[in-house]
Write a new protein. Structure first.
Length: 354
């Protein structure tokens, strides 16, 4: 009996194949069915191998947790291949109209749905995951292929704090209390340097140059993965040094600047909770760490700084982002006009006064 020779493959064969783009292949069915948990683990392991930051990994896990909670309430859902566009659209409606903001967080829970920005962040995560699962051949089609981000009217950008609010905040701390004194110095650092909260609380004493008054932000702590030097004022630097020296007396030798009352590194979420409670006590809305960064950026420009230097200090890869942060209130606009109006130079000459 002669040997059978195979040349061209059969067009009806439905085995696995490698995808290289986002085009759906309707004739493909995965040979292995993956649960949501298994799919997430495969995705996370791939992202860890790519060098994705731990915080981003945690966000991936948290966003899938929300989706899993929704699916458990509404659908008989077992395998990731069962996820389709209709389920995702139902999920979007649920997030927009039913899901409580800060659900389970005492004192912050709200009855209304999530903000458009929050929903779109979760959709971006899901879009990234579905594309990965699809290209890996774990799902037959990409359910996010035709799902668009939610449109919204342009929202007013978050403004920095007013001078009155800053004075109110700084005067509210009892410096006899270690945690309050530490928080006050942290706020002064944010206002003086424009650091992101994670950059600030990760600061160590060996990253401070006391001779030239600058901080070194390593690439491992920077959002854009680029290290940079950030100037700091002599006054704030003295306070930061004092905080470190005193915390060493309490907790023993360590490099960290911002520690909790147990001698452990301060966490960003703990800072956000403390600032939120402070805002409620003082009657200041949206008292969160990033507003101090907004305040620094606005005041830097108001005090005569140039936007290109500012871009480098705050680590914006695109100057458009820096411009977006600069939100001037009516009083600031009038003040700057009165200070820099070019017509004053002409009116100062007598021949133009009559």
């Amino acid at each position: 009996m002669g040997k059978k020779f195979i040349g061209k493959r059969s067009p009806t064969y439905k085995g696995s194949f490698q995808r290289s783009n986002g085009t759906n292949h309707s004739d493909y069915e995965p040979s292995i069915q993956y649960t949501l948990e298994e799919s997430l683990e495969i995705f996370i392991n791939a992202k860890i191998a790519e060098g994705v930051r731990p915080r981003t990994i945690q966000d991936y896990k948290q966003h899938i947790k929300y989706l899993k909670q929704f699916l458990g309430k509404r659908f008989e859902f077992k395998y990731i291949n069962d996820l389709d566009a209709n389920i995702i659209r139902a999920y979007i409606t649920y997030l927009r109209d039913e899901k409580k903001s800060y659900e389970g967080v005492k004192g912050r829970e709200k009855d209304c749905g999530l903000s458009i920005n929050t929903i779109n962040m979760r959709l971006r995560t899901l879009r990234t995951m579905c594309r990965f699962w699809y290209l890996e051949g774990m799902i037959a089609s990409n359910p996010m292929e035709n799902i668009k981000s939610i449109r919204q009217d342009q929202e007013e950008e978050v403004k920095g704090f007013s001078d009155e609010e800053i004075h109110k905040i700084l005067n509210s701390f009892n410096e006899r209390n270690y945690a309050e004194w530490r928080d006050k110095i942290l706020i002064l650092l944010l206002l003086d340097t424009g650091l992101r909260i994670n950059e600030a609380i990760s600061l160590t004493i060996d990253k401070i140059d006391f001779k030239v008054f600058s901080l070194s932000i390593p690439s491992s702590n920077a959002k854009n993965r680029k290290g940079r030097e950030v100037p700091i004022s002599r006054e704030v630097l003295k306070k930061v040094r004092k905080l470190h020296e005193e915390s060493v007396e309490y907790f023993g030798p360590h490099k960290g600047i911002f520690m909790n009352a147990y001698g452990e590194p301060l966490k960003a979420d703990a800072v956000r909770r403390r600032f939120h409670r402070l805002g409620k006590r003082l009657g200041i809305q949206k008292l969160h760490p990033h507003r101090f960064r907004h305040t620094f950026i606005r005041n830097y420009i108001l005090n005569g700084g140039d936007i290109f230097t500012l871009q480098k200090i705050v680590d914006h890869s695109d100057i458009k982002t820096t411009r977006k942060y600069i939100q001037m209130e009516e009083g600031h606009i009038k003040e700057q006009h009165n200070k820099f109006s070019p017509v004053r130079r002409y009116l100062s000459k007598n021949k133009y006064l009559n």
